[in-house]
Design a protein around this ligand. Structure first.
Ligand code: SF4
Length: 90
């Protein structure tokens, strides 16, 4: 719930609000869809709230789409790395 409330605070500043949302939800991350992913990441690269967006996606475990400039697989890798770091830190 907290993450949802936080999203409402930064969403108004999102660079993707004026872009076709389908751009951020490619059918795959390989083949022709790679160009779509690259374009979406370009929008994220100019977005003033990209870190908040990424934090939101990670904390809510968004399963699909480009969030904060990262694909689903890239976010999974970040989450796995963070989980390993937490385990090591005890
Ligand atoms: S980081 Fe990308 S997906 Fe997230 S709000 Fe900004 S433009 Fe949209």
């Amino acid at each position: 719930m907290r993450a949802t409330m936080e999203r409402s605070r930064w969403w108004e500043l999102a660079a993707c609000r004026s872009v076709d949302p389908e751009l951020f939800f490619p059918v795959s991350e390989i083949g022709p869809a790679r160009r779509q992913v690259a374009t979406a990441k370009g929008v994220c690269g100019e977005c003033p709230v990209s870190q908040l967006c990424l934090d939101y996606a990670l904390s809510t475990r968004q399963a699909h789409g480009v969030w904060g400039g990262l694909t689903t697989e890239e976010r999974r890798a970040v989450s796995a790395r963070r989980d390993r770091e937490l385990v090591r830190a005890g």
